[in-house]
Design a protein around this ligand. Sequence first.
Ligand code: PHE
Length: 336
Amino acid sequence: MQEWIDKINNAVSLEELEHLRIDILGKKGILTLEFAKMKDIPNTEKKLFAQNLNNNKTAINNALESQKTILMAQELEKQLEAEKIDVTKFTPSLNNGAYHPVSETLNQITTYFQNLNFSVEEGPLVEDDFHNFEALNLPAFHPARDMQDTFYCNDGAVLRTHTSPVQIRTMMEQKPPIRMIAPGTVFRKDFDITHTPMFHQIEGLVVEKEGVVSFANLKFVMEEFLHHMFGEVEVRFRPSFFPFTEPSAEVDISCIFCKDKNTGKSCGCRVCSHTGWLEVLGCGIVDENVFKAVGYENVSGYAFGLGIERFAMLIHKIGDLRSLFESDIRLLGQFK
Ligand code: PHE
């Protein structure tokens, strides 16, 4: 019997242990066969014989049980070791991606205005004449249509030249007050170091009851926004013209490329055409004719529009706008 108990104690796997159990206690197991001999044992010896067998059976069962516990613990240990993940292991080949600078800038500007409670609106890329021009106080044959080098489609539709048509769509769908931005793709027939036929803008529009917002509000919001994006810069408003705003302004920041560290003044460089200023956006008080076109009365508001690529180029100091659209992995790799 001790021989079997030793075998059990030396079993190295649960499988081996199970085989031993069958060999001893199975249907044809040695102990089972011993029990079968009972019928041939003289009555006087039966009791002792049976007692002996039962003791052996208990000893075998105990040995099996304790060896099973040991082997199970060992197997769990082995499994844990095999499945262990070393989170500190260095993986030099891991090539993680990053946002394209245009997406990153777009997200940053969108988040800024969302935090000021502006909603985000969208409109179609192929627009009709009414939304892209007419309702924005740009009637047919108006000379200001030349400001935008339009791609015309066959049926009179156009690829939208700016995000301003989303102002019109939103005002026609909603009631004032309105506080929205419209980020999106726009198209113009133009291609050089500072122009691509497809680029991105963000439009902003605020409409309130007459007298609630003024140019002063617009100026404050733009100044805060530009300081958020560019840090410590001077902000300058220049009188300008847009058909859909009156009065209108173009907004400049002091050039961040030639800013003198000591004086904080921008002395002029190639990027700012030696003026010390960089134009960054257009804005103004919404023209009365725009409100008329959408059926709004007794309201006033302001609007602004900016090119996202321009912001991305200034923030990341990218020299050629076209490089943003060439998908060159060497350029993109720098923005991780
Ligand atoms: N839509 C103008 C452009 O594309 C920008 C703008 C928007 C100006 C809103 C004023 C107000 O140039």
